[in-house]
Write a protein that binds this ligand. Structure first.
Ligand code: SF4
Length: 330
């Protein structure tokens, strides 16, 4: 536990009130911007302000968080929150993820997340940027169901959940990526001193990764595939390794990282081992949760390679390999 604590120092500093969460710092970074300015000018302002560490004592009328909301609202109108880059106007249409306006399917204090995170105030959005044939949450990830909760109301719910013992706010789905504008709007209304957790497949666009910078404290990521062929076969997604590796590196530079890897049958040599090797070489201070709970669900029985649970031998092979590489396991 001491090592995990060291690797998640900022997270624990926020919990112990020695540090304020990044999103609150954002509200104390002053900026004035013109909402009619060109998008590239606003990005330049955004990137410069991120480098500036100076915080103003009071919460500002127009802050870095407002600039992020402005940029996110522009992305929303030609959607490129994820690397599918559908380009749809989300005020009127849905893209590949099937999300138009945000819908929340459930919210509760989750006790089944990683030990350091629980109780975790977990918000499940409907829709997903992936279409995994084995999805265990397919009922919410592959449909547009749930309810819209006004940002101010959700901000109040977050405050109430903190009083009930929540340690963090855990944005998940499906995937949180299509809902980034909404998440920023909630944070604008929120004042609760809690770390923000981005619980995602990490298929975000570079623009989304920039908006998350300075907002997200912990990236709780999912790293599934060691090559693009398996990603295409099982999640119907292109350029998986390029995008997900790039985004893990960005996350690692800008926050603390816990990586989940679900071991799948017959995918040890092609997926588990290359992923762990890459993590050991590129993200040595991240924490990895090697998960054994794969079960064939949804359409998995139609895919011979993943139509059974994993064997104990397969799981131990992955654990031993992680151990040899010196991976920091949860
Ligand atoms: S978030 Fe959805 S609509 Fe936007 S680019 Fe990705 S799949 Fe397309």
């Amino acid at each position: 536990m001491t090592k995990i604590r060291t690797l998640l120092k900022d997270y624990f500093d926020i919990l112990e009130e020695n540090k304020i969460p990044k999103y609150i710092q954002c509200k104390h970074k002053t900026i004035d911007f013109d909402t009619t300015a060109k998008t590239d000018i606003l990005w330049k302002k955004h990137d410069n302000l991120l480098k500036n560490k100076k915080l103003i004592d009071i919460e500002l009328e127009q802050s870095l968080l407002d600039l992020k909301i402005e940029l996110a609202s522009r992305i929303f109108k030609q959607c490129h929150f994820c690397e599918r880059r559908c380009g749809v106007d989300r005020r009127k249409e849905t893209g590949n993820c099937r999300v138009k306006h945000t819908k929340i399917t459930s919210e509760f204090l989750h006790m089944g997340e990683e030990t350091v995170l629980i109780p975790s105030y977990t918000l499940f959005f409907s829709g997903c940027t992936f279409h995994c044939v084995f999805c265990q949450n397919w009922d919410i990830s592959q449909q547009n169901i749930g309810v819209y909760i006004k940002p101010a109301i959700l901000a109040k719910m977050i405050e109430d959940r903190k009083k009930q013992g929540a340690r963090n706010v855990n944005w998940v789905g499906g995937d949180p990526t299509p809902n980034l504008l909404y998440i920023l709007e909630v944070l604008k209304k929120s004042t609760t001193n809690m770390p923000q957790v981005w619980n995602s497949n990490m298929y975000c666009s570079t623009e989304t990764m920039k908006l998350l910078k300075g907002v997200i404290d912990v990236y709780l990521t999912d790293f599934k595939y060691g090559n693009d062929k398996c990603a295409k076969h099982l999640s119907k997604v292109e350029k998986y390794t390029e995008v997900v590796k790039r985004n893990h590196k960005i996350a690692y530079e800008n926050g603390e990282v816990i990586i989940r890897h679900l071991v799948m049958p017959n995918h040890i040599e092609c997926c588990s081992k290359p992923i762990l090797k890459w993590i050991a070489e590129n993200l040595p201070n991240s924490i990895v949760n090697i998960m054994a709970q794969y079960r064939p669900e949804y359409k998995a029985m139609n895919y011979d390679d993943i139509s059974r649970s994993i064997s104990n031998e397969e799981f131990m092979q992955v654990k031993d390999y992680a151990n040899q590489l010196g991976i920091n396991e949860e």
